[in-house]
Design a protein around this ligand. Structure first.
Ligand SMILES: [Mg+2]
Length: 299
């Protein structure tokens, strides 16, 4: 795991580095507060060892800046303090540091504290991942999808371009569960997810939106591209045979697609794709329908 050591003293950096040499860490050093913040932004370390006394920016100020940055606030910080002052230790911990080590470092203690902080970071990363992933299909879950869609929308506002969204729903899925049982239904969902993923680019965001409902966010796509992708997925799903519960199960899916053109919010985009999906359902299912063009505001 990557560890960033921020200390204005070259000697202290060398000592800390030597003490941690056998810990199998990827160590990056920065010789001051400003440089440390820039390095943290660039390197995204798993742990930061932060000197308290630095001429350009105190360790407290660096810690404050780290904790105020959404992208960096989850990185654990261990203060390296020359003073044994309780007030300093308390202030550091209150600012969000997980621990402190007093200089001169005891090698065994430093290593143990670093290992403990990295263990916690690893668990925290796992939790963050599980909170975003649908356990059955391993696609993004709805919450992660909505968050990523907001980010893509913000990018769109800033840089322009297009963004499309595909919404898919398995047809008569309840009948699959009723006929073959829920384990078979789960297998159908997993196979459908795999088909969606197989048709997506790296930059696309496939998610399980609800029970048998899927959404794919398609950055830089227009509705026409999304419809082409949806049609490829629709055909793959239609021709696939899901092996489960000793049976060969055949399902189809309906698709609605929409793009961001003329819309003002990410919620509008979801609504437009959902309405298109409703059209696909009422047009007999197993088909792809685009959203109707937004009605221009009366002038
Ligand atoms: Mg110093």
């Amino acid at each position: 795991m990557k560890t960033l050591i921020i200390d204005d003293s070259p000697d202290a950096l060398a000592v800390a580095k030597a003490r941690l040499a056998k810990e199998n860490l990827d160590i990056v050093c920065a010789a001051g507060g400003q440089e440390g913040l820039a390095t943290a932004r660039r390197e995204r370390p798993d742990l930061i060892l932060l000197d308290l006394d630095m001429p350009d920016m105190s360790g407290f100020d660096v810690c404050r800046a780290l904790k105020a940055d959404a992208a960096l606030c989850m990185i654990p910080v261990i203060f390296l303090t020359g003073s044994g002052s309780t007030a300093d230790k308390v202030k550091g911990l209150d600012l969000g540091a997980v621990d402190y080590v007093t200089k001169p470092f005891d090698a065994v203690e430093l290593k143990a504290r670093v290992r403990a902080a990295l263990r916690t970071k690893h668990l925290q990363d796992l939790l963050a991942k599980y909170a975003q992933v649908d356990p059955l299909t391993e696609l993004w879950n709805r919450r992660a999808l909505e968050e990523r869609l907001r980010q893509e929308w913000a990018r769109l506002q800033r840089y322009g371009g297009a963004l499309a969204l595909l919404m898919a729903d398995l047809d008569h899925f309840k009948a699959v569960n009723d006929t073959y049982g829920h384990p078979a239904g789960d297998q159908v969902l997993r196979d459908t997810a795999a088909i969606l993923v197989s048709q997506c680019r790296e930059s696309d965001l496939p998610a399980r939106y609800g029970g048998e409902e899927f959404v794919v966010v398609l950055p830089t796509h227009c509705a026409q591209d999304a419809a082409a992708l949806a049609e490829r997925c629709r055909r793959k799903i239609e021709t696939a045979r899901v092996q489960a519960s000793g049976a060969e199960i055949h399902v189809t899916a309906s698709f609605g697609v929409a793009d961001s053109i003329g819309l003002s919010t990410p919620e509008d985009l979801i609504r437009a794709a959902d309405e298109a999906l409703y059209l696909a359902k009422s047009d007999g299912r197993n088909c792809v329908r685009p959203a109707s063009a937004p009605v221009p505001a009366a002038s």
